[in-house]
Ligand binder design. Structure first.
Ligand code: ADP
Ligand code: MG
Length: 258
């Protein structure tokens, strides 16, 4: 079973002057139950692809099937029970405490006239605990640090109790402990996850499959040990790549070319 089947997806922003589409006839199959890492340089189309995968952007050409159904046929409310998203560009301006912000992840499960159930509260509590936010739960979300806010975003997404997660640079602003922690939590949940990562060494440890995106196309797709090789990375990232074998698998040393 595949969680996503993308065929010949082409996306350009309407009115964009550049000739090349941001996603250029891209096809990608993602098996269920694994973590797929998406890596690639700035502007290669990673966030654009993620946005297409949760219907925030609609490609001009091609099809995206989610769990075997055309994504366009799935309503927003139904989708929010199946798919949670941690996006890059979201700043917290709402007058909410960290707990209230995290609880928003439960909103899809009740209508506007009902409060949160005790089950909702339990799920929110466990997400808060898991992301190390207990001490901050009653603080306004506007007052926490970038890393703490990033953890709250993940807690909110976990609260949605979905079987699939899309995460766009979830490790941004996080210290090294929490970079690993977040990816460990995703793995422990046995989710289907698609994660955009800049840190290739994190991708090597936590992703079963890695897709390398460059100029709107997938230029390599496979297991970390097959994709994270100098022949693929040196051109795409314009660096020199040295591989190191560790007990966690392959790790990389990335150095300037000259
Ligand atoms: P990545 O996440 O890989 O860094 P993005 O998918 O965010 O790349 O963006 C790819 C390109 O799309 C960027 O070079 C950017 O200039 C362009 N872009 C992003 N958002 C818009 C927009 N709203 N309108 C026009 N162009 C955009
Ligand atoms: Mg991006």
């Amino acid at each position: 079973m595949n969680i996503y089947d993308c065929s010949n997806v082409t996306f350009s922003y309407p009115g964009a002057v550049s000739g090349r589409p941001l996603l250029d006839d891209l096809s990608l199959t993602v098996p269920a139950g694994i973590t797929l890492g998406i890596i690639g340089p700035n502007g290669s189309g990673k966030s654009t692809l993620i946005k297409c995968l949760y219907k925030s952007l609609i490609p001009q050409k091609g099809t995206i099937n989610f769990n075997g159904t055309d994504l366009n046929q799935i309503g927003t409310r139904q989708l929010s029970k199946l798919l949670s998203v941690v996006v890059q560009s979201e700043s917290a301006s709402l007058p909410l405490t960290v707990r209230e912000y995290v609880e928003l992840g439960r909103a899809t499960y009740h209508n506007a006239f009902e409060g949160y159930s005790s089950q909702d509260a339990e799920i929110a509590d466990s997400s808060i605990e898991m992301l190390g936010l207990r001490e901050l739960a009653d603080i306004p979300i506007t007052r926490v640090s970038g890393g703490e806010h990033q953890r709250a975003k993940l807690a909110r997404a976990l609260c949605q109790s979905t079987s699939t997660m899309l995460l766009d640079e979830p490790t941004n602003h996080l210290d090294i402990y929490f970079q690993h922690q977040i990816l460990k939590i995703v793995k422990k949940r046995n989710l289907s996850a698609i994660v955009v990562l800049h840190d290739l060494n994190l991708a090597a440890i936590y992703c079963e499959l890695i897709a390398v995106l460059d100029k709107g196309k997938i230029v390599a797709l496979g297991k970390p040990e097959d994709v994270l090789i100098p022949e693929v990375l040196e051109d795409v990232y314009r660096v020199t790549v040295q591989r190191i074998d560790t007990k966690h698998g392959v790790q990389l040393l990335l150095l300037p070319k000259d």
